[in-house]
Design a protein around this ligand. Structure first.
Ligand code: AMP
Ligand code: MG
Length: 397
């Protein structure tokens, strides 16, 4: 049995990054950048007006009311190319370039135009309502880094700097299936001793969220030759194979035996972890194999701790671990002998601004309903118990 930390470092050592490819920008959300995105121009590219109004010399407006000569117009996409002189003003629109010679904008609401002249009733000051060229981004600077995941929020950045395609790392192909003679498909009515396959949809979705290209395979019963054939087939077209069930020590826990017969190399098969002790991490040919415990909560926790990291490492993501932090416990939690626990919790802030972790009252590692509300895992070191009010380490889901 190895500690969680050791398991994570083994995963780091054994996971090889996949290559890269180019994709159209609008298909790139969720992918990991394989190149830095570099600004090909300043942003804004010119001194830009923030208001509909008039470009002026601020000094001309020191004593109001003042009358200025209207000499032109600068619209968005149709800038005024002359040079503003003392006593002059140029009508300007939001987003339009501020003409040379002007150093401020005054808004429309405090101005009156007639017969080619402008009457200003309020002064303005140098720089007012102008976003200076390059104030947001300087040409040549890195605006998104290699290894970052592209999100809907950041998608505008490559667009603004001319990247209609981006280089991203390849999506790992992930095969997933459940094992267990009691497991039936979701649409079936289970007999008295059967259980619906809730693991596959959950793991499929969690995997897609971290960039995996998911292929779900049929359920396999607790039968070693069936297990062998499906493992072999699934592994040929996958970078990672995730199975659930059959990794414990029962008579019909056959996943490990099947892998062994196929010649898989085992990196670990027991972790000092609760829930998730019998987690298997192995390699079959070029395919990484995870055998997760069948209990839904154990499967979810081991996914979050181990599989997620492996899938992100394959994509050379900058951040492959769950983000972590500290919170104050509002209920006691009991640790486990010789195993670290990662317990589902709900995180909230209290009126004094502290993060509070409320352990979810759950009925063991089959309680998928209890777990579904979790937005964090509380880390409880082995052999330790924590009281209400203690500060604990949490991993955010
Ligand atoms: P096992 O890991 O095979 O010992 O299974 C542990 C528990 O998880 C058993 O109660 C199984 O019925 C349950 N289980 C296994 N696979 C699934 C699955 N795909 N969906 C829901 N529950 C499962
Ligand atoms: Mg089983």
């Amino acid at each position: 049995m190895i500690p969680v930390k050791k398991a994570l470092s083994i995963i780091e050592k054994r996971t090889k990054p996949l290559g890269m490819e180019s994709v159209p920008l609008n298909e790139s959300v969720g992918r990991v950048l394989a190149e830095d995105i570099v600004a090909d121009q300043d942003l804004p590219p010119f001194d830009r007006s923030q208001m509909d109004g008039y470009a002026v010399k601020a000094a001309d407006t020191a004593n109001v009311p003042v009358t200025l000569k209207l000499v032109g117009e600068s619209a968005a996409g149709r800038g005024w190319t002359g040079r503003l002189r003392k006593g002059e003003a140029v009508r300007i629109m939001t987003g339009a370039p501020v003409p040379a010679g002007a150093d401020a904008v005054q808004k429309l609401e405090v101005a009156n135009e007639s017969d080619g002249y402008l009457l200003l009733s309020e002064p303005t000051e140098k720089g007012r309502f102008i976003v200076k060229r390059a104030a947001e981004v300087k040409k040549g600077s890195i605006v998104l880094s290699k290894g970052e995941r592209i999100t809907s929020n950041s998608l505008a950045i490559p667009a603004a700097f001319g990247y209609s395609t981006v280089k991203v790392t390849k999506m790992p192909r992930i095969a997933i299936f459940s094992t267990g003679s009691e497991i039936v498909e979701i649409h079936k009515k289970p007999k008295a001793d059967q259980i619906r396959n809730s693991n596959c949809v959950m793991l499929g979705s969690l995997t897609r969220e971290v960039g995996g290209d998911v292929n779900i395979w049929p359920i396999v019963g607790d039968n070693i030759s069936d297990l062998r054939s499906q493992i072999t087939l699934a592994a040929t077209s996958a970078d990672v194979l995730i199975m659930t069930g059959g990794v414990s020590v029962g008579k019909y826990d056959l996943t490990k035996a099947a892998l062994r017969e196929l010649g898989a190399e085992f990196y670990f098969d027991r972790v000092r972890l609760k829930p998730g002790k019998p987690t298997v991490f192995a390699r079959l040919g070029k395919t990484i194999v995870f055998g997760l415990p069948g209990n839904p909560v154990s499967a979810a926790v081991t996914f979050h701790l181990f599989v997620r990291k492996c899938v992100l490492l394959m994509q050379s993501a900058n951040v492959c671990d769950l983000s972590s932090g500290y919170a104050v416990l509002d209920d006691p939690v009991k640790g486990t002998k010789e195993r670290d626990s990662y317990l589902p919790a709900i995180i909230a802030t209290n009126p004094s601004g502290h993060l509070i972790a409320s352990p979810i009252r759950w009925h063991g590692s089959s309680d998928l309903v209890g777990f579904s509300r979790a937005d964090a895992l509380i880390f409880v070191p082995k052999d330790v118990s924590c009281a209400a009010g203690d500060r604990v380490e949490v991993r955010f889901l």
